[in-house]
Structures are given as C-alpha cells and as structure tokens.
Write a protein that binds this ligand. Structure first.
Ligand code: CU
Length: 169
C-alpha cells in the first residue's frame, strides 16, 4: 500500500481550504449585484434616471422612464428623496401623454411613461445642498401594486447628454 507523503496531504488541505474561502468570498459579490438592480421590482422598471445639475438649491428636475412589463396597470403614488424636502411630478406643456391626478400617475399594462424635457419631470424642491455632477440622488418610488422601488439617479452636468433608458426585455 502506497501512502502519499504527509507534506502532500497538507498541501491538499490548503487547496481545499483555499477553495472554501473563495466560495465564502463570493457571497458579498452576489449581494452587491442584487443591490445594483434595486430599481427593478416585479414587473416595474425605472430606467434612464438622472438629475439635471441645478443652478441653485431652489429645485432640481429629475427625468426617467417607467416601464410596466405586467398585464395590469400600476400607479406611481409617491416619490421621496433624501436630496430635498419635497418631490413632485410635474407635467410640461400640453404634451399630455401622462395624466397626473390625486391618485398618482398610472402606467398602462405593457406601457411606459417617459419624463423628459418638454414632457414632464420630477421636481425636487428645497434642496438640502447644491447638487454637482458626480453625485447621485436616491429616490424611493412607491407603486400601488409593485410597492417600493429604489432608484439611484446620477447628477448630469448642465450641458452633458442625458443617459438613455434601456427597454427591459
Ligand atoms: Cu417642476
């Protein structure tokens, strides 16, 4: 019977322990990837969100697209943010593809609503500080059915191009 030298067994144990360490190490990465998709709730996706760099702390306009991938309409009932004392949905002009009323903003089944310059924006009022490019603003969207959706919106410089919302598959 041939026995492997003791040193070789020890080396094998180190390799096994090393692999166990790698598996444990991968758990935080998995959690991080889940956090990165936090703007996705079952069926509702908020994409292309950004805050246009404001000139003052009076207010800042936020733009985004809401996709409803479900078979039923859902309603955005409120948005809150840590960047200012209030956040309100504003329709712009008579381009009225969106209907804002006391119950909120309804997004049709398999439909989308885009807030963009000329159409509408989420106005963050009474900013707690001036927002600069490179910063991000956290937004909490509450939908009647989908519930709470967390969105992180980058602050985009006054003259810089807006990010594009990717249509969910
Ligand atoms: Cu406004």
């Amino acid at each position: 019977m041939i026995r492997p030298p003791l040193a070789l067994i020890a080396a094998g144990l180190v390799v096994l322990l090393g692999m166990a360490g790698l598996v444990r190490g991968s758990i935080p990465q998995h959690v991080a990837s889940v956090a990165a998709t936090s703007s996705v709730a079952p069926g509702i996706v908020v994409g292309g969100a950004y805050v246009r760099e404001p000139a003052t702390t009076v207010n800042a306009a936020t733009y985004f697209t809401i996709f409803n991938t479900t078979d039923a309409p859902d309603t955005l009932v409120s948005v809150t943010t840590g960047a200012g004392s209030q956040a309100t949905l504003h329709n712009e002009g008579s381009n009225g593809s969106m209907t804002l009323d006391a119950s909120g903003l309804t997004v049709a089944a398999h439909g989308s609503v885009t807030f963009s310059p000329g159409k509408g924006h989420l106005m963050i009022e009474k900013l707690y500080g001036l927002l600069k490019p490179g910063q991000t603003v956290n937004l909490q969207f509450t939908f009647a059915k989908a519930g709470l959706i967390l969105v992180t919106a980058p602050v985009i410089a006054i003259a810089a191009p807006a990010p594009t919302a990717v249509t969910p598959k």
